[in-house]
Design a protein around this ligand. Structure first.
Ligand code: GLC
Length: 550
């Protein structure tokens, strides 16, 4: 049964599980996750206690950027399965009480998309759907602007005509294989509303909107030196967060609202601050937008509490709801972020993968802090997104041979970023399957990204009967969240200091201690604690407890 009640829409307090399909579960033994694998794990997801799944792009794609280079928005990548299987997955998920959110990638297509191929072949209408511009300089040999690609290097690539002479340049905010669409073009706008309908008609419950802040470019196409990194965007850069995007989302909202039940959106919008983010959440625009601040916040009560205030204040202006995230497929897994010394303040850059080189990770500490942070975030009012494998306490895999890396960031980065493969390693399910249970027994192919030695110890099989495991903590927390916290919005702080923060939601009081020594807890039944080991009535260091207060 799908949960819904008349007081609040289902998504307002949903726990959504992010499925990075390529690495989730391999059903056919080719080393690549697929729909068969996902369908077989629906019971696991239902038992975990989540309300919905968000599936990263599953469309036909040359995989120049893990599927974010889409060649056809109305089909399924053959390595993952078929459209018929997608229909079955949607039906089976619904039957198990899980909503299904897909990922729409409107900023760009693959260079293999029929539109871009037609543009290259000289079709003027197709060309007008992308951002082709003449170069600067005497012979057009310089790019039209000095913009950098998010992944590194220039954001423009020059075409070469079949006879070898150079032509115009096209814009790609990401990899050269991801040409940006021109959202000033009415055909582009109409096409995406049709794509939404294509999937909504099949029963899909919503979409995550990729790079939601990037679609409309400032038409001056002026040079700009502003930051271009994925987590370092700045609305003063002409590529990002232009006010024109909002009209697009008003149109999308009309499409979503024309369905019964209405379909929903969650925006990936890396914008400069919560005031800008709230603009995407106006009542006639997108329902939710990821609140990414926890991706850059150290494990520190003093730093975590202001994130909550700022996010809640911003959505209150728009009348919306907050959407919490600790990890996703673009950032270092939070076990590893927390496994090293913590920065003093919010860091505005993905806990980026360069700065760790010299400090050894203390993964026991990382897991302990991750458990505490998870209980903190899971109790906050709003939607929460969980990234596959965090419920197993997976760390970032930092040692990947260069030749095995697949992320274009590794190839393109100009400042030593090794890329995002380390958070995308195929999941260990355990049992007698190959690749720690990622693939079926007897699978003929190695997993598409190598698993490190000993990965088996994180597997579902290894954890599910252990009450002290991370998996058991997630299951218990999600169950209690449904019982005590669903629908509760009456948030109030009850304590704030440098190391200790506590808040109350509904009948639950949540105490988080980010310091090193035990602190006293108020009276009340402990419903759940991320760590034990302190005397009765005390909360140990690096721990969170949920108390039942009547
Ligand atoms: C988003 C995705 C990321 C992708 C990029 C380009 O930020 O989360 O994985 O590389 O968009 O589509």
């Amino acid at each position: 049964m799908l949960h819904s009640d008349s007081a609040a829409p289902w998504w307002a307090d949903a726990a959504v599980y992010q499925v990075y399909i390529r690495s989730f579960a391999d059903g056919d033994g080719d080393g690549v996750g697929d729909l068969a694998g996902l369908r077989a794990r629906i019971p696991y997801l239902a038992e975990l206690g989540v309300d919905a799944i968000w599936i990263n792009p599953w469309y036909p794609s040359p995989q120049a950027d893990g599927g974010y280079d889409v060649a056809d928005f109305r089909d399924i990548e053959p390595a993952y399965g078929t459209l018929a299987e997608a229909d079955l997955l949607i039906a089976e998920a619904h039957a198990a009480g899980l909503r299904v959110i897909l990922d729409i990638v409107p900023n760009h297509t693959s260079d293999q998309h029929a539109w871009f191929q037609a543009a290259l072949a000289g079709d003027a209408a197709a060309r007008a759907r992308y951002l082709f511009r003449p170069g600067k300089g005497e012979h057009g040999e310089l790019p039209p602007t000095n913009w950098k690609s998010v992944f590194g290097g220039p954001a423009w690539t020059r075409l070469v005509h079949p006879d070898g002479t150079p032509g115009e340049w096209y814009l790609h905010l990401f990899a050269p294989a991801q040409p940006d669409l021109d959202w000033e073009n009415a055909e582009v706008r109409a096409e995406f509303e049709e794509i939404l309908r294509f999937w909504f008609d099949r029963g899909v419950d919503g979409f995550r909107v990729d790079v939601a802040h990037g679609l409309v470019k400032d038409q001056s196409f002026a040079d700009a030196d502003g930051p271009m990194g994925l987590l370092r965007n700045d609305h003063t850069h002409p590529a990002w967060d232009n006010d024109g995007v909002h009209e697009i989302y008003r149109g999308w909202r009309r499409v979503a609202d024309s369905y019964d039940p209405p379909r929903i959106f969650v925006a990936e919008a890396w914008v400069s601050g919560n005031e800008r983010l709230a603009r995407y959440l106006r009542p006639d625009e997108l329902h939710t937008a990821f609140q990414f601040d926890f991706l850059g916040v150290p494990f520190s009560a003093a730093a975590m509490a202001p994130v909550v205030d700022s996010a809640r204040d911003a959505v209150a202006v728009a009348g919306g709801t907050t959407t919490w995230v600790l990890s996703n497929h673009d950032v270092v897994r939070h076990v590893t972020r927390y496994a090293r010394s913590q920065p003093e303040h919010y860091i505005d850059s993905a806990w980026d993968r360069r700065r760790w080189a010299d400090e050894k990770a203390d993964l026991d500490l990382g897991v302990r802090r991750a458990r505490a942070a998870t209980l903190f975030v899971l109790a906050l009012p709003g939607t929460v997104y969980l990234y596959q494998g965090e419920e197993l306490g997976l760390p970032e895999v930092e040692e990947i041979p260069d030749e095995a890396r697949r992320d274009p960031v590794f190839q393109m980065s100009t400042d030593g970023d090794v890329g995002r493969d380390g958070c995308r390693i195929p999941l260990p399910w355990g049992g007698d399957g190959a690749a720690s249970g990622f693939s079926p027994a007897g699978a003929h192919a190695a997993p598409w990204l190598p698993q490190p030695a000993g990965w088996e110890r994180f597997s579902v099989t290894a954890q599910e009967d252990d009450p002290a495991s991370v998996l058991s903590l997630y299951r218990a927390a999600l169950r209690l969240r449904r019982t005590y916290l669903r629908g509760a919005t009456d948030f109030a702080w009850v304590h704030r200091s440098d190391d200790v923060v506590a808040f109350r939601v509904g009948p639950v009081e949540v105490w988080t201690n980010t310091g090193g020594s035990p602190v006293p807890l108020p009276a009340g039944e402990v419903l759940l604690a991320s760590a034990g080991g302190a005397p009765d009535g005390f909360l140990p260091g690096a721990a969170t407890a949920w108390l039942h207060r009547s």
